[in-house]
Design a protein around this ligand. Structure first.
Ligand SMILES: NC(=O)c1ccc[n+]([C@@H]2O[C@H](COP(=O)([O-])OP(=O)(O)OC[C@H]3O[C@@H](n4cnc5c(N)ncnc54)[C@H](OP(=O)(O)O)[C@@H]3O)[C@@H](O)[C@H]2O)c1
Length: 333
């Protein structure tokens, strides 16, 4: 039995329901009995991690728990024939960091069928700058391309643009030649978004229509919508005929109030994006694009690296909607 110990963030729930986080030593022997043990080198911070780290029962049912829906590292032990010690791998989504100890610890143990081999041309560090955010943006673009979208169709909108999924979507779309309009609540993020390739920046009220009209002026060929609530309704009302909206987030609200008119009078398609449960074929396709033709030149400038000890303040920042870009979590020195 492997009795090595490792550092991890542990989230604990007290009897009064209050939540406490600290960095502590854990034992590899306490990890779940799955086939592949991975020494984690990098993770990343996503909105869902912040929910898990603050006791959100919709994400994590039981505490104590180590969050982290993303992990990239090296196989340490494997009972699965397709992985050998020394292999570099990526794990995102499934149950990682939800109810399975996640990437905010130096080791994870997961089923082999959650694991994507690290594509050649991508480093472990780069894979986690993308992380679930980049993977989700890539799934959105794959979906919109399958819908028939092309750069010649005109302006494409990204909401929550300075956040993780948002900035990745802005950068990936611009990288592929799409004219990107970015919606942000952070005026100070404008230079960052322009550097990623946004050609127009709008303030949040532009996507928060309160007129009560079921249809608005047709403006967007498509939308990558990361905010939810009235942003998603407004996106549906203002997308051009036969366009599409890829919905991936709910930072504002999980509710959707709309009418059937965008669908039956303009032929709008609403796509749901679920990165956590995407199948392996689609996963490999998305990661191979991110490592190849969609690899971003400015990846390094899209993330700040922090160790476990600095993660607490980053969790508070993402919950307050104040993150700009990505937070890379460094677990190896
Ligand atoms: N479906 C999937 O597979 C999937 C995968 C990853 C994430 N998600 C979801 O996508 C969303 C974004 O995740 P993330 O990790 O990118 O989070 P994030 O880094 O915090 O980005 C969210 C961004 O939304 C904007 N925002 C925050 N609060 C807002 C409010 N009250 N009203 C309007 N805009 C607001 C902010 O951008 P601006 O300041 O620029 O406006 C913020 O940076 C979350 O709901 C997350 O759960 C879903």
């Amino acid at each position: 039995m492997n009795t090595a110990v490792y550092h991890a963030m542990l989230v604990q729930e007290a009897a009064d329901g209050s939540i406490r986080r600290h960095i502590t030593l854990r034992s590899v022997s306490d990890l779940p009995d799955h086939d592949v043990l991975i020494r984690v080198h990098f993770s990343s911070l996503n909105y869902k991690d912040a929910l898990s780290a603050t006791g959100h029962k919709g994400v994590t049912r039981q505490y104590p728990h180590t969050p982290g829906i993303d992990a990239a590292g090296v196989v340490a032990e494997s009972r699965a024939p397709q992985f050998r010690p020394g292999d570099e791998v990526i794990v995102t989504g499934y149950d990682l960091g939800m109810n399975t100890p996640g990437g905010f610890g130096e080791y994870i143990r997961v089923p082999a069928d959650w694991i994507v081999p690290l594509p050649t041309r991508l480093t472990l560090r780069e894979s986690m700058i993308f992380g679930t955010a980049g993977f989700t943006a890539a799934l959105s673009l794959l979906k919109l391309e399958a819908h028939g979208l092309s750069p010649a169709d005109g302006d494409i909108l990204v909401t929550g643009a300075s956040g993780g999924v948002g900035c990745m979507a802005v950068a990936l779309l611009a990288h592929n030649g799409y004219p990107v309009v970015a919606v942000t609540g952070k005026p100070e993020a404008e230079p960052f978004l322009r550097e990623l390739g946004a050609h127009r920046i709008l303030p949040r009220p532009a996507l928060d229509d309160t007129s009560g009209r079921p249809l608005l002026k047709q403006e967007w060929s498509a939308v990558v919508e990361t905010v939810g609530g009235n942003f998603l309704s407004t996106a549906l009302q203002s997308t051009r005929r036969h366009g599409a909206v890829a919905a991936c987030g709910n930072v504002l609200s999980a509710e959707l109030h709309t009418t059937v008119f965008p669908f039956i009078l303009r032929g709008i398609t609403l796509y749901g994006i679920d990165s956590a449960t995407s199948g392996m074929t689609l996963r490999r396709e998305a990661w191979s694009r991110l490592a190849g033709p969609w690899k971003l030149n400015h990846l390094d400038r899209m993330a700040r690296a922090v160790g476990l000890e600095k993660l607490d303040e980053e969790i508070e920042r993402i919950l307050a909607g104040r993150q700009q870009g990505r937070v890379l979590v460094q677990l190896s020195s």
